[in-house]
Design a protein around this ligand. Structure first.
Ligand code: EPZ
Length: 443
């Protein structure tokens, strides 16, 4: 497949203290593109996905598809990704683990592979270390459809000796991955599947649109219920991926933290409502046009806020980390309550080292009594500001926390050393080039 192989250093020197200013372009959402690529496995004819970013997670899923016999061709310039899954074969757990690296995508391959090949394997899964991230919801769903799950030394082996049949299911928490698991399995299962308590993130809605193009029958109600009538065959699709709202929010937070002005081409208002409301409350300004969204700091003081992360249509957890960097520059005490992941404030340790005043709490500091309140998790934060940040030697903990470290280094006066920067390539396309386009001094 045609891909750029960028060999970049894992350490970035950031000479901070200057505003990010200029124009960048954001392409398709990592958290949709990877799932749409898995959906291609369900089609008997080739699929084409447009607006695909050149990020490591796309390379990982491409190699997982290729490992199972698919032909994948990616044109990095146009962003067109063509997948021919007409001739598939099984792969072993060791190979899957090697290709998956730290990605959690192998769990989502199970439904499609059980339909197409009658077997699937899940190696030990990775993903960002932001909480336990169990897969119990996924396994419960697959078992209910009729999958038999057997544990062995190299992972979990799944088979479907009696086929996969529609189910009635209710999620105890609206998990994004579990909703996708159910969709990707139900579309070709025999009979009707109903899901209550579904996640309804824009990336899931785009996945449903994609599956509909393939021939699936899916109806979504306004009360988090989804009904799927199984069909016997699906064809390939042609689809343009929705914009990456997490990347858009991350650059927007950068404009605020550094006192800058960034035009994000490709950004779409419709998936960012709660972010835009919050941005405005903090004191950030934005102009929405047909080409994208311009985010900027209008001058003067930023305002402190109270904020709770939540499933869609709430303020998404992945926006929390970059925005916290901007909140270190807001006047007064901001309160942030993380209700999606129990352990998503680890990145604030580095901010503290750089001069930020962040205090973590085990209590729920907000009106949502979340699943972590009665347990021993530091999942609420109080941020006092504004505090000038100073340069430091820091190490990236995970994807979004890593981007936040980068933003903190760009905000801080002096030269910071950011180690482990390669993690950011998982989800931020060409971020070094984009930083240079925005006038950042990095080497
Ligand atoms: C997706 O993760 C995204 N990843 C995450 O983005 C995102 O933060 C998350 O959704 C929430 O929006 C991808 O799409 C690849 P969940 P997912 O299942 O599907 C618990 C990023 O940086 N849970 O909605 O894994 C879980 O522990 C990443 O781009 C179970 O308890 O998230 C968490 O507390 C990070 N059992 C909550 O549900 C399960 O079997 C929400 O997780 C599954 C999940």
């Amino acid at each position: 497949m045609t891909q750029t192989a960028s060999v970049d250093s894992d350490v970035l020197k950031v000479h901070g203290g200057r505003p990010l200013q200029g124009e960048i372009h954001v392409r398709g959402a990592k958290n949709f593109v990877s799932k749409a690529m898995v959906a291609a496995l369900l089609g008997s004819t080739p699929s084409t996905l447009h607006n695909v970013p050149d990020i490591r997670d796309v390379k990982v899923v491409s190699s997982l598809l290729e490992l199972h016999g698919a032909a994948v061709d990616y044109d990095v310039v146009s962003g067109d990704l063509r997948m021919d899954t007409s001739d598939l074969h099984p792969a072993d757990a060791f190979q899957i683990a090697q290709h998956a690296g730290s990605s959690r995508i192998p769990i989502l391959l199970c439904g499609p592979l059980l339909h197409r090949l009658g077997a699937a394997v899940i190696p030990d899964l990775g993903g960002c270390r932001i909480g336990d991230r169990p897969i119990d919801f996924h396994l419960e769903i697959l078992r209910k459809f009729g999958a038999v799950v057997e544990e062995s030394g190299d992972g979990l082996h799944l088979s479907a000796p009696n086929g996969l049949h529609g189910i009635k299911h209710e999620l105890s928490y609206p998990s994004v991955g579990a909703t996708e698991q159910l969709l990707l399995t139900a579309v070709l299962a025999d009979g009707i599947t109903t899901l209550h308590g579904a996640a309804v993130e824009p990336e899931i809605k785009d996945l449903i649109d994609t599956l509909q193009k393939m021939g699936a029958l899916i109806s979504v109600s306004t009360d988090r219920s989804i009904t799927i009538e199984g069909v016997s065959e699906l064809r390939g699709y042609d689809h343009v991926a929705l914009a990456d709202r997490i990347e858009v929010g991350s650059w927007a937070a950068g404009a605020l933290a550094t006192g800058g002005d960034i035009m994000v081409r490709g950004a779409q208002q419709r998936s960012m409502g709660m972010f835009l409301n919050t941005y405005r409350k903090v004191g950030g300004e934005f102009d929405i046009t047909a080409e994208g969204i311009r985010f900027y700091h209008p001058g003067g003081d930023l305002s402190s806020i109270t904020l709770q992360t939540d499933v869609h249509p709430g303020f998404m957890t992945d926006w929390q980390q970059p925005l916290v960097v901007a909140l270190t520059q807001a006047k007064g005490l901001s309160i942030v309550h993380e209700t999606v992941y129990e352990n998503r404030f680890g990145f604030t340790k580095a901010l503290g080292k750089m001069g930020a005043q962040v205090q973590l709490y085990r209590e729920c500091l907000g009106d949502i009594k979340c699943r972590f309140g009665q347990r021993n998790f530091l999942h609420s934060a109080a941020i006092s500001g504004p505090t000038p940040l100073t340069a430091a030697d820091i190490t990236v903990p995970d994807l979004r926390g890593g981007f936040s470290h980068l933003l903190a280094a760009l905000t801080a006066e002096g030269t910071s050393t950011v180690n482990g920067i390669g993690i950011i390539d998982r989800g931020y396309e060409n971020f070094r080039t984009k930083l240079a386009q925005l006038g950042a001094a990095i080497d």
